[in-house]
Ligand binder design. Sequence first.
Ligand SMILES: Cc1cc2nc3c(=O)[nH]c(=O)nc-3n(C[C@H](O)[C@H](O)[C@H](O)COP(=O)(O)O)c2cc1C
Length: 194
Amino acid sequence: MSDKIDLGPQGFVYPMPMTLVGADLESGPSFMPIAWINRIQFNPPRIAAGMNAAHATNAGIREHGEFSVCTPSVDLIAATDWCGLVSAARGVDKSAAFTVWRGALEHAPLIAECPLALECRVSQVVDLGSHELFVADIVGTWTEERFLGADGKPDISKLQPFVLTMPDNRSWAVGEQVGKAWSDGRGFEPDARA
Ligand SMILES: Cc1cc2nc3c(=O)[nH]c(=O)nc-3n(C[C@H](O)[C@H](O)[C@H](O)COP(=O)(O)O)c2cc1C
């Protein structure tokens, strides 16, 4: 292992999903890109999102206890990035970039242009210091027929999401399928490593 380089305590999780979190602020619906997000429980379906406590979006989530998580496709890269360069705290109306609609929750604004969207209800807010971790139940999932595969589930090749790497701050399309989880490991022999 002498060729390994220690980069120190860095947040290199490669890659991270790019999402747009939607919340209702005093000014109306607003959206911010976040990459520090993932599912954390199967049943009930739950996610966790790490968001700087100073963001205007956080205030809306704290007030209403609801938010959305929309998955933008690659054609929404510029709009997504713009939402991360400007702040609702400075009077910018980010909802102007999208067609906003509502599902079942009153305060989880959804983006029609995104191929996949979740409605979430906050179950816990963990104070991490600079950031808040919103733990939330997914109470609704929206897509369209054209984004489903033959198995009736969202098909990543149709959704065309993009992912983020930090600290180089680059966006990437998702490449080709390279395997099948809970399947490829069957029959694997540890002693037969290459
Ligand atoms: C690509 C990208 C990813 C981001 N990911 C996160 C994130 O995971 N957590 C976070 O707190 N802020 C993240 N941000 C920063 C916020 O999106 C940004 O500060 C935004 O303007 C906050 O909006 P608001 O002030 O209207 O709430 C990200 C920004 C970009 C451009």
